[in-house]
Write a protein of this length. Structure first.
Length: 585
């Protein structure tokens, strides 16, 4: 392994890209003063990861960037690439050439690359750690450092020799391993403290776990009881629902009959409308004839008035001198007028008869149409009432289903409702009575549904009351269980503790005056066990004796038998717990 080339651009005095190629065996850089020898060495140290500005003979790290001259502006970054020949695989990387690049901007940001791929400074240091050319290794000796090496103390000289021998990397690894061991020791200490805390909490947690297991058993039994009750209620509600479905089928059949009758009424209405449409041309023709006859009547009246005027003129001409037209001619004209008048009167009478017949027929049709419309309105009203009744039944059925579903959480809510009656009502007077009878039958069915709904509601309320009673019983059982658990725990604590109380109670036949443990002698009201345990504290394990002499005898026995320590309560001379006190509040 040897250095192959060094490329500098914007680094100190190397403004342009400058590449120096090395051959195996080159160990130093020589030249005239100011030629840039030290800058080349600084470039190699900088690209290998040097972080000290003073080591690079600058005040701050940005000083390595070309600062400009009188004829050339300053640059914005410095870049150095060092190429290492790795044909002997001295570096732990699968490349025969390794190019290490460091780039720095005036903003202070830096980039590192290995063979053009971005990396960290730590990656470069680890890559070079086994090669002997690391950042902190004395493989680069700058100008003025030879005197420091030659005049070094034995301890410093030993450090140079160890570094050259490759000991520094192992020292670094040792320091890193020691730091990891210290961190691991701190973690172990924290883990030990945590284990101790968990062990301290384990005992009460075990008691709580036992209580929780028993509570889970009681809750499971209660849940099974509730499920059995709900199953019974579900069976009852399903039976009610089947009956309601049967009643609903009957209502649907009756509704189908009503719809058929309404369809027949609609057909009759359509036939009447067609008949009215067929008579419309005749009625129009009669009206036209009436208008024409009216015109002829007016014409006839005008002709009659003209004939009367002419007759008056003729009478005047007869009385006076005769002049003008011939009387025979006038008589002939008068006869023609009379004949025409007779024909007109005959035609007028005939047309009047036809007009009267048409008017009468039209009135009859209008009367029939009005009656049919009245019957249609009445039928629509009846069907609307029936629809309202069906909607009310639908609401009641839905309410009943909702109540049933609320009682059983595991059962999905019953859905569906009766569809509304959809048809246009039209019936004649004869079918109206039939519809009224159907309405009466449906009303009686509605009353039956109301009764069944009330019965279902009553069943649901009874089930709810039963559930409430079971809940009360559950609460009472929980209180009793808490009382017995408190007693059992107090006794168990007294038996488990190795402080002499258990030994005294076990030797009651050999120690006179023992009355028993405080926990066994007390009678506690349900629900106050926890308060009593908190009030007594450690005295719950104390042993009661009848007199001071008995207490002294118990102490002597403990000493002789090496039974440990015990708390002893001495009675005041009267019975330790009077019989007129049933409980302790």
């Amino acid at each position: 392994m040897h250095l192959k080339s060094l490329t500098m651009k914007g680094f100190k005095s190397f403004a342009s890209s400058t590449t120096l190629r090395f051959e195996p065996g080159i160990t130093c850089v020589v030249g005239a003063n100011g030629s840039g020898k030290s800058n080349v060495v600084d470039a190699i140290a900088w690209v290998l990861g040097e972080q000290g500005a003073k080591t690079l003979r600058g005040g701050k790290m940005e000083d390595v960037i070309f600062a400009g001259t009188a004829g050339r502006p300053p640059l914005g970054r410095a870049e150095v690439t060092l190429t290492i020949d790795n044909t002997d695989d001295a570096l732990p990387i699968d490349y025969t050439e390794v190019s290490i690049t460091r780039r720095m901007y005036r903003s202070g940001d830096s980039d590192y690359e290995i063979n053009g791929a971005g990396c960290r400074l730590l990656d470069i240091q680890e890559l070079l750690s086994d090669s002997g050319i690391g950042r902190e290794m004395h493989v680069i000796v700058g100008q003025g450092q030879l005197d420091a090496v030659l005049s070094a103390r034995p301890e410093d000289r030993r450090g140079f020799i160890e570094e050259a021998a490759g000991v520094l990397k192992h020292r670094k690894r040792k320091e890193k391993a020691l730091r990891k061991l210290e961190a691991m020791q701190a973690n172990l200490t924290r883990l030990t403290d945590l284990i101790a805390e968990l062990r301290r909490q384990l005992k009460p947690l075990g008691k709580q776990a036992e209580v929780a297991r028993r509570a889970a058993t009681v809750q499971a039994d209660l849940r099974d009881a509730r499920l059995r009750l709900l199953a019974e209620d579900m069976v009852i509600l399903h039976a009610e629902r089947r009956r309601e479905i049967a009643d609903e089928s009957v209502v649907r059949e009756r509704r189908a009959g009503v719809e058929a009758d309404l369809a027949a009424g609609l057909a009759r209405e359509a036939a009447l409308e067609r008949a009215l449409a067929a008579d419309a041309p005749a009625l129009n023709a009669a009206q036209e004839t009436w208008y024409r006859l009216s015109a002829l009547q007016e014409r006839y009246r005008g002709t009659a008035q003209l004939a009367a005027q002419r007759a008056r003129h003729l009478s005047a001409d007869v009385a006076g001198p005769r002049s003008g037209r011939d009387p025979e001619e006038l008589d002939a004209e008068a006869k023609q007028i009379e004949v025409a008048e007779g024909e007109l009167e005959h035609g007028l009478e005939r047309d009047q008869l036809r007009l009267a017949a048409a008017v009468e027929r039209r009135g009859g049709l209008e009367t029939r149409l009005a009656a049919a419309e009245d019957a249609l309105v009445a039928a629509v009203r009846v069907v609307a009432d029936r629809r309202e009744g069906l909607a009310r039944l639908t609401g009641q059925v839905n309410a009943l289903r909702t109540r049933s579903a609320a009682a059983v959480d595991e059962i999905a809510r019953l859905t569906g409702a009766l569809s509304e009656a959809r048809a246009r009502a039209n019936a004649a007077g004869a079918r109206f009575d039939v519809l009224q009878a159907e309405v009466g039958v449906l009303d009686s069915s509605e009353l039956g549904l109301d009764e069944r709904h009330e019965a279902a509601v009553a069943s649901y309320e009874a089930a709810a009351r039963r559930v409430g009673e079971l809940a009360d019983l559950e609460h009472g059982a929980e209180r009793d269980r808490a009382s017995w658990l408190a007693r059992r725990e107090a006794l168990a604590m007294g038996l488990r503790r190795r402080d002499g109380a258990g030994a005294l109670l076990a030797a009651a036949d050999r120690v006179p005056g023992l009355l028993g443990s405080i926990a066994a002698l007390l009678q506690v009201a349900p629900g106050r066990e926890a308060a009593l345990v908190a009030a007594l504290g450690g005295m719950a394990d104390a042993v009661a004796v009848g007199s001071p002499a008995d207490a002294a005898e118990a102490i002597r026995w403990l000493k002789s038998e090496d039974g440990g320590r015990a708390s002893i309560v001495i009675s005041s001379g009267s019975p330790p717990f009077p019989g007129d006190h049933d409980d302790l509040d």
